[in-house]
Design a protein around this ligand. Structure first.
Ligand SMILES: Nc1nc2c(c(=O)[nH]1)N[C@H]1C(S)=C(S)[C@@H](COP(=O)(O)OP(=O)(O)OC[C@H]3O[C@@H](n4cnc5c(=O)[nH]c(N)nc54)[C@H](O)[C@@H]3O)O[C@H]1N2
Ligand SMILES: Nc1nc2c(c(=O)[nH]1)N[C@H]1C(S)=C(S)[C@@H](COP(=O)(O)OP(=O)(O)OC[C@H]3O[C@@H](n4cnc5c(=O)[nH]c(N)nc54)[C@H](O)[C@@H]3O)O[C@H]1N2
Ligand code: SF4
Ligand SMILES: [Mo]
Length: 690
């Protein structure tokens, strides 16, 4: 039975290497690839479910056109492409190319994803999005502080004596990190978890802090105050490698553990204990999650947490440092430089990057000159995953023509006039990086696409021909049509780097050129000053924030201003934080439709603390309404004493057809820095539904 090396391209920390056994054109078995030192245990349940996913009866295998009654009917590719070309040419002639939105998100990783942008450039431009739903506030906070998003190799956390899993739940979202954390613990390390929810990760912590959402910045600044009081500052490191320490020390002098404890609504002794551990135990690694940086104060929160590593000298050494986004494998694209996301107008004047991902619905509706008339969506499910679902739906419904490329009839695909079938990870070869481990991996083609499925590269080529774009122009930009031509394109990109080739990647994962197992080991930080910047002029210039980290309430908090509404008062209509974390058995809106996954997690529920439930006459299983001014969800309640009182929680990624997406309630707002989506600033009320 032929066995192929490949890797899981989902937007997931682990990006597992795997070996796939194929017989008679079918995937029979999936095994770990031991060449990936970060994921030797192999794939998770989602990975195993690929066997079902690829052959799912729900998979879209041919182009589908919506009929007058709202159902879908299969059509030939030639008809589908003609239809799209007609709309593209007419709308471009009447209103210009910017009246068409190209929206692509994180459904799969791959170098060939760039084909979309190439096509739209050849078309003469389009409107596209800036910012990102996932991680930008933290990326930018890291870049401003350390100069680059580079972390120690995943296995290095085993060398830490103190590990702080801050707003991260690796037991569900990064399962391969847990064995390394366990190794550290067996060698005597202390593990701290900071999370408003008692997660599977928190279960095994030595110390668990359960803050009010969005208040981690206060905890970090007060922990710094305690470190200083206990004499835990690494004076030599600070003198040689840190910019702005004296001002930072003055800033935190009055920010006591008691102050933070009151804000975060946790015991003061826990803030002191966190400070003491950081003052006394070295080396320390802080592994910060992405969930925590989707508030309107998150950039400053992340800078405050980074400062703890700077003042204790926990950088550039084994077992020490910052684990957030290790972009060492991002050698091909601009993602390594977060600035690449930023300029709203590209200087080439062709791509007009004018719409905020965080405010997608609002900005689509608001666009003038020209207004949007058509949208193309691929690798994304914005109806369930972007903030403010009702606005997003309104915006898509206001368009004349919508194309969605996907493997399944998602909530977004159901809004489309035309749905094009998307390849799976096993049906086209591509090269992928990762954001936790450093490896480059080959995602190999191991089976033929089923039915009439075509990879995006081929779809774009066929469309470009119909638009009269000359062959030579297409050939240089969009690889294909044959597998050999796609591979030649990848080979050419790889050959720009020493030691990289398809042949090597076929054997297994490869470390990128200049890989640093210990990031910043030379203690040179590529910031403007060459030091770790506690004080960042750039932060102030670019984002208008205080050059030093500081704490302020997030916009929509129980103690803040909520869209002009008085909150925290007894008449406050929305007193509960709606948390919307990730979950073990889905990647956002993917996998939940598979039988194997449904058996484990059949339907959404809202977790609520028993005290909050009792006050509202809610028992375990009571059908409830979760709502605010933006929308509502109806689902059963699940009593959860592990959740902080004042918070309720529904995992994100459920489809509307499953019972409702959490983003009906979230707001389309940006984070303080980085153009992220601050959809965790989200207050709701819950009541029994009648
Ligand atoms: N309220 C709330 N909302 C959230 C979050 C949250 O925490 N709370 N998390 C946010 C985060 S971190 C993220 S990353 C986003 C994720 O949101 P999205 O980026 O939209 O990602 P997914 O839901 O994983 O996948 C989108 C679609 O890609 C399709 N797809 C997969 N492979 C391919 C392919 O090869 N080609 C094409 N054309 N399509 C493909 C899948 O079938 C799926 O329908 O959600 C965000 N939304
Ligand atoms: N199984 C699985 N794995 C995944 C994904 C998935 O959907 N499923 N998605 C992948 C992607 S795209 C991403 S972005 C990552 C994200 O994975 P993580 O980085 O782990 O982030 P989240 O699950 O969003 O949030 C982690 C924890 O932060 C807590 N949290 C929320 N707000 C706060 C706060 O204000 N303070 C503190 N201290 N904690 C808070 C939540 O309760 C949650 O338990 O996971 C990746 N891995
Ligand atoms: S979803 Fe994540 S953990 Fe599961 S196989 Fe893919 S990369 Fe690995
Ligand atoms: Mo994400």
């Amino acid at each position: 039975m032929p066995v192929y090396t490949t890797a899981c391209p989902r937007n997931c920390y682990s990006t597992c290497g795997m070996r796939v056994h194929v017989e008679d054109g079918e995937i029979r078995r999936i095994e770990p690839h031991t060449g990936n030192r970060a994921t030797p245990e192999g794939v998770c349940l989602k990975g195993l479910s690929y066997v079902e996913r690829v052959r799912s009866p729900d998979r879209i295998l041919e182009p589908l056109r919506r009929t007058a009654t709202g159902s879908y009917t299969s059509i030939e590719w030639s008809e589908a492409l003609d239809l799209i070309a007609t709309h593209l040419l007419r709308i471009r002639a009447e209103s210009g190319p910017q009246s068409i939105l190209y929206y692509a998100a994180s459904g799969t990783k791959g170098l060939l994803n760039g084909a979309g942008a190439e096509f739209w450039r050849l078309f003469g431009g389009c409107t596209t999005t800036y910012g990102d739903l996932c991680w930008p506030a933290g990326l930018e906070a890291t870049r401003l502080t350390l100069g680059d998003n580079r972390n120690n190799a995943p296995w290095d956390i085993a060398n830490a004596r103190l590990i702080v899993l801050w707003g991260k739940n690796p037991a569900e979202t990064n399962i391969h990190q847990m064995p390394f954390v366990q190794q550290a613990r067996e060698a005597g390390a202390t593990v701290v978890v900071i999370d408003p929810r008692r997660t599977e990760t928190a279960e095994s912590a030595d110390l668990w802090l359960r803050p009010r959402p969005g208040t981690d910045g206060a905890i970090a600044l007060a922990a710094a105050n305690e470190i200083i009081r206990l004499g835990g500052v690494d004076d030599q490191f600070v003198r040689d490698h840190v910019l702005g320490y004296d001002e930072f020390e003055a800033r935190v002098a009055s920010l006591s553990p008691a102050w933070a404890a009151e804000i975060a609504e946790i015991p003061e002794v826990q803030v002191r204990e966190l400070g003491r551990l950081l003052a006394e135990v070295r080396p320390a690694t802080i592994s910060a999650g992405f969930g925590m940086q989707r508030y309107t104060n998150s950039g400053q929160t992340m800078r405050a947490i980074l400062a703890l590593l700077a003042v204790t000298g926990n950088l550039g050494r084994p077992g020490a440092g910052w684990v957030y986004a290790n972009l060492q494998s991002a050698i091909f694209d601009e993602v390594k430089d977060p600035l690449a996301f930023f300029p709203p107008e590209r200087p080439d004047g062709v791509m007009r990057v004018s719409i905020s991902t965080a405010r997608l619905g609002h900005d689509m509706l608001a666009q003038r000159d020209p207004p949007l008339r058509m949208a193309w969506v691929e690798r994304g499910n914005p109806v369930t995953q972007n903030p403010e679902t009702n606005r997003v739906l309104e915006a898509f419904r206001a368009l004349e023509f919508r194309v969605v490329v996907d493997q399944f009839l998602t909530d977004t695909a159901r809004e489309a006039d035309l749905v094009l079938p998307a390849k799976s990870m096993f049906e086209q070869t591509d090269v992928i990086g990762a954001y936790w481990h450093p490896y480059l991996q080959l995602r190999q083609k191991v089976i033929e696409p089923p039915g009439a499925v075509k990879p995006e590269t081929e779809i774009y080529r066929l469309l470009a021909e119909r638009l009269g774009i000359p062959d030579e122009a297409i050939a240089n930009r969009i690889p294909g049509p044959t597998d050999e031509e796609v591979e030649a394109f990848l080979e050419e990109r790889l050959a720009r780097f020493d030691g990289l080739s398809l042949e090597r990647l076929r054997e297994g994962p490869v470390l990128p050129p200049d890989h640093e197992e210990v990031a910043f080991a030379d203690l040179r930080f590529p910031t403007p000053s060459g030091r770790v910047e506690l004080r960042s002029e750039e932060a102030q210039r670019r984002w208008g924030i205080d050059p030093l980290p500081l704490y302020h309430e997030s916009l929509e908090s129980t103690r803040g201003e909520h869209a002009g509404r008085r909150v925290g008062a007894p008449d406050d209509p929305y007193p509960l934080y709606l948390m919307t974390p990730n979950t073990k058995n889905r990647i956002h809106s993917q996998f939940g439709n598979l039988r194997m996954i449904r058996r484990l997690d059949p339907a959404p529920a809202v977790h609520i603390h028993p005290d909050d439930a009792e006050r509202r006459g809610i028992a375990d299983g009571t059908p409830v309404r979760v709502y605010n001014d933006r929308g509502e969800l109806r689902l059963p309640a699940r009593l959860d004493p592990g959740l902080k009182s004042g918070c309720v929680s529904v995992t994100n990624g459920w489809w509307i057809s499953d019972g409702g997406t959490v983003n009906f309630c979230s707001a389309g707002r940006e984070t303080d820095i980085g153009f992220g989506a601050a959809f965790h600033d989200n207050l709701v009320e819950v009541e029994p539904s009648v």
